[in-house]
Ligand binder design. Structure first.
Ligand code: 3PG
Ligand code: MG
Length: 394
């Protein structure tokens, strides 16, 4: 994978357009509840400022309707947070596509939600050319959006005078490549979450590569069904039992395994007041819902993680937001923190679990990507990275 990198380019006195992924979670009042992506965007911005560039940054926020900036769509809260992190005011520019705003060397402005521009989603060429005309150098630092071919992630890279990868994009590509190509073994993947259907491609692709595939949450329930267990009223996708079985068989044939829970934590409802019971996986009753792995399983998974060479983590193994169902995910997080393995983690729920259990310092690399993280690990070519690669050879 060959792309030009920001630190290989002379940015002094140049107009630099940075596409970042500042799509952060917000509460109902618009307050930013988790700012990892903003913090991760700072090194590229700081580098450009320190080297005398005039800096414009943009990002999408949410999935707005093109043509208007609704109250939920504005990057205003992001500008405030970014200003705090950069220790300087960050001006927010509305209606910026046709230019008409000024930014001096050593100054930084934030360009309003790029997904509000008509043509962004469909990678409209006229829009991409206009945006490219705003700058001397286009920097793509939006790894989290690298799986989308949109005007600010793809088209503009083709038309800007120069195009390169930002520091975050570079770090993501390096860390994820390290886990994907020639990883230290055993290679262990943890794929949790509610649905097999949303993660079927990644499960299949990992089944071909990893030594142990730990499944969690609703995904594990579907695998339990496939192995003939009763799961009561647990969340699962019975229509995907065959696919789950195929993954188990595929792993077995390679001498690899899908370690399934031997004990579970059940309740009759998912609520803060639910009474949790720890039982053997063979004791699940018709009205039980499996909401976490039990302590024996957690210990077994921890041992697998302790002995791993590389761990890839996406998704919790239980409803960790509720304390009575957080044990499995907590123990796994702690195992990752203490393991000698090179660990990489990605996805919104996973980041929330990492924050909740305070292990951020002990994870080898935390990706800012959700969908992009998964697609990269599936071995797919991400369009935004492909656009930078084309500029490398062109
Ligand atoms: C994400 O949050 O996963 C990225 O910012 C991409 O957002 P999207 O799924 O709306 O394209
Ligand atoms: Mg949103």
């Amino acid at each position: 994978m060959q792309v030009k990198k920001l630190n290989e380019i002379d940015v002094r006195g140049k107009k630099v357009f940075i596409r970042a992924d500042l799509n952060v979670p917000q509460d109902d009042a618009g307050n930013i509840t988790e700012d990892t992506r903003i913090r991760a965007s700072i090194p590229s911005i700081q580098y450009c400022l320190d080297n005398g560039a005039a800096v414009m940054i943009t990002s999408h926020l949410g999935r707005p309707t093109e043509g208007t900036v609704g109250p939920d769509d504005t990057l205003a809260p992001v500008a405030v947070r970014m200003g705090q992190l950069l220790h300087r005011p960050v001006r927010l520019i509305a209606d910026w596509v046709d230019g008409g705003f000024e930014v001096k060397p050593g100054e930084v402005v934030l360009l309003e939600n790029c997904r509000c521009n008509v043509g962004e989603k469909k990678n409209n060429e006229a829009l991409a050319r206009k945006m490219a005309a705003l700058c001397d150098i286009y920097v793509n630092d939006a790894f989290g959006t690298a799986h989308r071919a949109e005007a600010t992630t793809h088209g503009i890279a083709r038309f800007a005078p120069a195009a390169c990868a930002g520091m975050l994009m570079g770090a993501e590509i390096d860390a994820l490549s390290k886990a994907l190509h020639d990883p230290k073994r055993p290679l262990v993947a943890i794929v949790g979450g509610s649905k097999v259907s949303s993660k079927l491609t990644i499960l299949k692709s990992l089944a071909d590569k990893v030594d142990q595939l730990i499944v969690g949450g609703g995904i594990a329930n579907t695998f339990l069904l496939a192995s003939g267990k009763r799961i009561g009223e647990s969340l699962a996708e019975p229509e995907l039992v065959k696919e789950a079985q195929a993954i188990i068989d595929m792993m077995k044939a390679r001498g690899a395994e899908v370690p399934l829970p031997v004990d579970v934590v059940v309740a009759d409802e998912v609520s803060a007041l639910a009474r949790a019971n720890r039982i053997s996986v063979d004791e699940v009753g018709p009205h039980d819902r499996i909401l976490d792995v039990g302590p024996k399983t957690a210990a077994k998974l921890s041992e697998i993680i302790a002995n791993a060479g590389t761990v890839v983590w996406n998704g919790p193994v239980g409803v960790f937001e509720l304390p009575q169902f957080a044990g499995g995910t907590k123990m796994m997080a702690s195992a990752i923190a203490h393991s000698e393995a090179f660990s990489i983690a990605g996805g919104g729920d996973t980041l929330a679990a990492i924050a909740k259990f305070h292990i951020a310092e002990d994870v080898g690399y935390i990706s800012t990507g959700g969908g992009a993280f998964l697609e990269f690990l599936e071995g797919k070519t991400l369009p935004a990275i492909a656009a930078l690669e084309e500029r490398f050879t062109a």
